[in-house]
Design a protein around this ligand. Structure first.
Ligand code: ZN
Ligand code: ZN
Length: 178
């Protein structure tokens, strides 16, 4: 059974995943995924896709997500768009109370746990988006920032500090007081 959903489902019940064919979900938008983070303004639908398959009680998940988020540059304080596009894969292992989990070591897949009943898709998509946003928000690598003296945005304007100090040096008031 392959399902193609337009609306976003935050969780998927493992028993709904077909053992033969797995499950394929496409989301044209995942509203609210980042709405609790005031700093991030989502500028376009968050588009995502996942393939899920059951291997005994484990769930193998492969996915992709795209989004555009408006951020404020930490250096020049102008807003800019951070584009996000990432693919990811997980092996989800049930962690049931009282049952010891055997850690899986795989090279290219991240191993994580689920409660044995539901896969928290929303949480996984959110985590993947957040991983793509650098700690330091920069509109561009070489953003010149703001001059602490005159407040000029040095990406667009010349610093006025030098000029202002020269002007004040030769201002009539200065001369009178000198
Ligand atoms: Zn900047
Ligand atoms: Zn300046």
């Amino acid at each position: 059974m392959i399902r193609d959903l337009k609306g976003f489902k935050d969780t998927v019940r493992v028993e709904d995943i077909s053992e033969e064919e797995g499950m394929h979900l496409v989301f044209e938008d995942m509203p609210g995924l980042l709405s609790d983070i005031d700093e991030y303004r989502v500028r376009s639908p968050i588009v995502g896709e996942v393939f899920l398959c059951r291997v005994n009680r484990d769930v193998h998940l492969r996915g992709e997500v795209r989004a555009s988020i408006r951020l404020i540059c930490h250096r020049c304080l102008e807003s800019y768009i951070q584009k996000i596009h990432t693919t990811f894969s997980y092996i989800l292992v049930p962690s049931l109370p009282g049952i010891r989990k055997i850690a899986l070591d795989t090279e290219d897949m991240e191993t994580s746990t689920y409660d044995g009943v539901e896969i928290q898709l929303g949480k996984i998509f959110r985590e993947q988006i957040l991983l793509q946003i650098p700690m330091r928000h920069l509109c561009k690598e070489d953003c010149k920032g703001i001059c602490p003296g005159c407040g000029a945005n040095l990406n667009r304007e010349e610093c006025r500090c030098q000029k202002e100090s020269l002007d004040s040096q030769f201002s009539p008031l200065k001369r009178l007081l000198a």
